[in-house]
Design a protein around this ligand. Structure first.
Ligand code: PHE
Ligand code: ZN
Length: 896
């Protein structure tokens, strides 16, 4: 009793990268047998185990992980020993603790058979084996397999899996696991069984099982070498009309990975299952991907362009993991970015090739700027390869994923496309079938290219976003332009001082007509006669000299966002406006517009705080008008160019984030633009009416996007005509993109349209959970002051359940993380709401609870009043008994 209490109160323990050691025992084969029932599933696991020859430990104790398991029986049979008896183990042969099972005195080679019982129905954490809408499914990454059976649950233990599933025939006609189906049969009492065998050794985090009554949409893909692969998409019967897009994207992904990375698929079948209750987007289990239904199901009437686009990226992402993650996996969870950063880079390149490269790049950079930069500047800042964690689930972050992808992208920039491909070929060849580290990846890249990436490794070791300052000088006589770059990185938790980064900075120079100058970079042969150069900033301060420059040039810096850094040197507005109009680099042209807008916003915030009347810069209105009416500009890009920086990005740029002022100023600017450009906006809105069926293609998406951007500005005006247009669009569109665009504008205005449209939308879509998530989300992000009250009452709506992560994200998540102004209401109501939700969710699903705490992560960037209230709520959470490791880690680090 005493020891139990002290264990549950003691602080959760920290795991360190520096303490890694190889596994003491290896598992060669795993034979699993599942007898499935909803509340009591029996799992029999037969493991063939041997001492790891690479281990230096001379202990003969075998340590297995296990969590929430009921141990029924263990037997052990030594192999190769004279008297290889099967021995049933008793309590004196092992030590059973809360999260482990240690079996003492095991031989060098043996077979261990462990029987356990689990309760899938009670599993609301959605890790391990659980029930979701009448189907069984699993989630084992990162450490979910230990909730299924006792096992060395670490990615460097790789085994061959054979899995037999027994279940009720009527309720669970479909029984799936990894690899190939090898046998099946009936066993009476209305039950049947199926056996699956995976020919590839894999870590247990890639294990998957699904059982349900599912519709299956089939397709085939022929690989470059002529192998036929059967493709299966399993969904609930009511979703059979939502399969087409995902299957198309899957075939696109398979072709793309062959053409771009030389990677072919390696099994005869590839299965995807859609489940309604899932903590993340999707999971790359070998041959059996499991997807959050929101990331795979699509139809024009129910899904937006953004949904179609995201699905394409995620289908690609999970498919690409088959090589970057499965064939070559991670040695330990500190190496998470080895598979995630690389795979995000791969899915970004895929989306970029399938759609518009510039739009994709802008989206990627927006994620970094809106979420990663603030993580890097806050209390949870960690390197792309963290050095410690309490709960690994907390490290599936924008830093590991998206900054990790930027780090891989920088390697790509430094090596060029060909060099990068040689490096990745070598990586896959050297390490196929292995569990490896970030160093192995970088070494493979180095080995095929004449480059030293040792300083570059700092991107993996050091947290924080580097800041770059620049200064320029032009010598007209010598026709010489000199650019001086300086880098600086602020301290982050646990890292007081930083070493210099190796930063690729892509630059171009323009003349006063906006024409590109050809570059002659002294001391650097690789860049003469080019239109742009990649400068390698490695020192704290470095000077780059360009010759034969006949007039003072305008610098286009960090093209394509060639490194995840912040440029801190202020430029005159005239220069930003010039680049906004003229930079031939699409990304930089957009970026110049964003910088210009940000500069204006920040100065208007000061005016607003001083109680002055606000006036919008005429030059900015003109630049905006030019962009709006530029008929040669791609619509999707134009729409991006007309968007203002987000409230959260603006908040990050402020010393003290005054969310009310940010919100007011942003709306003021939007209103001014709408007033000044009303006729142009309306003309542009009317010039695109897309007739015919919905299509997911760049042209139509671009038209929908620019149209809805125009409508959103017009809706800033106090003019009933636009409300009517908006209602018309809401009622008459044949696609969810236009419907939701209209509805999300209508919900900002307290008039009869709002409630009518919300009610008719619900009426029409109440049977479709994914559409109802949108209905929750747009109400949670409304500008109206009573939004929190609305959110609270929607939590009592029959369509809401706190057990479903998509619902939590749509309603609670969108309010706390996506409605900045109202969440930070100075009365503290938003903070109190968040703390209450975190505490009640933590008892059900700790991963989802922990993610919500992000709402408090920047608490030190607010005024005293808000700081105090946020801190009080954090204190309240941390003082609660029985917190999960997940929530404990985030809250304690946020407070530290
Ligand atoms: N590995 C998954 C991906 O990135 C994400 C994931 C992690 C899903 C943990 C579930 C649990 O594709
Ligand atoms: Zn991934």
């Amino acid at each position: 009793m005493d020891s139990l209490t002290s264990e549950s109160i003691s602080e959760p323990k920290t795991i360190f990268l520096k303490n890694y050691s190889v596994p003491e025992y290896l598992v060669d084969t795993v034979i699993l047998d599942f007898d499935l029932t909803e509340t009591k599933t029996t799992v029999r696991s037969e493991l063939k185990i041997r001492k790891n020859p690479a281990s230096e430990s001379n202990s003969s104790n075998l340590e297995l992980n296990g969590q929430n398991l009921k141990l029924i029986a263990i037997t052990l049979e030594a192999i190769n020993e004279p008297s290889s008896l099967v021995k049933t183990l008793t309590e004196s042969d092992y030590l059973l603790e809360n999260e482990s099972l240690v079996i003492s005195d095991v031989p060098e080679f043996f077979i261990l058979i462990i029987t356990t019982e689990i309760n899938p129905k009670e599993n609301l954490a959605l890790e391990g084996l659980y029930l979701s809408s009448n189907m069984f499914c699993t989630q084992c990454e990162a450490q979910g397999f230990r909730r299924i059976s006792y096992f060395p649950d670490r990615p460097d233990v790789m085994a061959l899996f054979t899995v037999t599933i027994h279940a009720d025939k009527q309720h669970y006609p479909i029984l799936l696991s990894n690899g190939n189906k090898t046998d099946s049969g009936d066993e009476g009492k209305n039950r049947h069984w199926v056996t699956w065998q995976d020919p590839f050794p894999k870590p247990c985090y890639l294990f998957a099982l699904v059982a349900g009554n599912l519709y299956c949409q089939q397709d085939v893909f022929t690989t470059a070498s002529g192998q036929n692969v059967d493709l299966y998409l399993y969904v609930e019967h009511e979703n059979k009309h939502k399969c087409e897009h995902a299957l198309m994207c899957l075939k696109q992904s398979m072709t793309w990975d062959e053409e771009t990375f030389g990677r072919e698929y390696d099994l005869n079948n590839f299965m995807i299952v859609a489940v309604n209750d899932f903590n993340m987007g999707a999971m790359e289990n070998k041959g059996l991907n499991i997807f959050n239904s929101s990331c795979v199901l699509a139809s024009p009437e129910t899904s937006t362009d953004a949904d179609y686009y995201r699905i394409q990226g995620i289908i690609g992402h999970e498919y690409f993991h088959n090589w970057s993650g499965n064939r070559v996996t991670c040695r330990d969870w500190f190496q998470l970015s080895l598979k995630e950063g690389f795979t995000v880079f791969r899915d970004q390149q895929f989306s970029s090739d399938m759609n518009s490269a510039a739009v994709q790049r802008i989206d990627d950079v927006n994620i970094l700027r809106n979420a990663q930069f603030s993580q890097d500047a806050g209390p949870m800042a960690h390197p792309v390869r963290p050095q410690e964690y309490i709960e690994i689930s907390n490290f599936y972050t924008v830093t590991v994923y998206n900054k990790g992808a930027e780090v891989v992208r920088m390697i790509h920039t430094l090596l060029g496309n060909k060099g990068f491909r040689k490096g990745s070929d070598s990586y896959f060849k050297r390490h196929d079938g292995q569990a490896v580290t970030v160093e192995d990846f970088v070494n493979a890249m180095e080995s095929e290219n004449n480059i030293d990436l040792s300083q570059f490794m700092n991107w993996y070791h050091q947290a924080g976003t580097p800041k770059i300052e620049f200064s320029e000088s032009y010598d007209a006589q010598a026709k010489r332009y000199t650019l001086t770059l300086k880098q600086f990185c602020a301290a982050t938790p646990g890292q007081e001082t930083k070493k210099d980064f190796h930063i690729p900075i892509r630059v171009g120079l323009l003349n006063s007509n906006g024409e590109t100058l050809s570059l002659d970079l002294s001391g650097e042969d690789s860049c003469s006669g080019e239109q742009e150069c990649v400068l390698e900033l490695k020192q704290n301060e470095q000077r780059f000299t360009f010759d034969n420059i006949s007039e003072k040039p305008v610098l286009s810096l960090l093209r394509g966002f060639s490194a995840p850094v912040k440029i801190t040197t202020q430029r005159p507005r005239s220069e930003m406006a010039f680049l906004f109009a003229n930079d031939p680099d699409d990304f930089n042209r957009w970026n110049a517009g964003q910088e210009l807008a940000l500069d204006i916003i920040l100065s208007l915030i000061k005016e607003h705080q001083a109680g002055h009347d606000l006036k919008l810069d005429k030059e900015y209105v003109n630049a905006f008008r030019k962009t709006l009416n530029n008929s040669s500009l791609d619509n999707a890009l134009k729409s991006q160019a007309l968007g203002l920086p987000s409230e959260s990005y603006i908040a990050d740029q402020c010393h003290i984030a005054d969310t009310d002022a940010i919100h007011d100023v942003r709306i003021f600017i939007r209103q001014q633009l709408a007033k000044n450009l009303e006729a142009d906006l309306l003309t542009l809105y009317n010039s695109f009416t897309i007739s015919g069926d919905y299509q997911f293609n760049a042209k139509d998406m671009g038209q929908r996007s620019i149209r809805n951007t125009c409508l959103s500005y017009l809706m800033e005006l106090d003019n009933a005509d636009y409300h009517k247009i908006c209602v018309e669009q809401f009622k008459n569109s044949n696609n969810m993109t236009d419907v939701i665009a209209a509805l999300s504008l209508l919900v900002n205005h307290d008039n009869e349209y709002r409630e009518n449209c919300l009610a008719s939308f619900y009426e029409q879509w109440q049977h479709d959970a994914l559409v109802i998530d949108k209905w929750f989300a747009i109400q949670a992000t409304s500008r109206l002051p009573a939004t929190l009250e609305r959110v609270k009452s929607l939590m009592n709506h029959s369509a809401f359940t706190i057990k479903n992560p998509n619902k939590v994200r749509a309603l609670i998540g969108r309010f706390c993380l996506g409605n900045i102004a109202q969440f930070h209401n100075s009365d503290g109501s938003g903070y109190q709401f968040l703390a209450e939700q975190v505490l009640s969710l933590d008892k059900l699903n700790p991963q989802i609870a922990a993610r919500l705490i992000q709402g408090f992560s920047q608490w030190r960037n607010y005024n005293d009043n808000r700081q105090q209230m946020m801190k009080q709520n954090l204190d309240k959470i941390i003082s609660e008994d029985g917190l999960s490791k997940d929530v404990y880690e985030i809250v304690s680090k946020t407070l530290a």
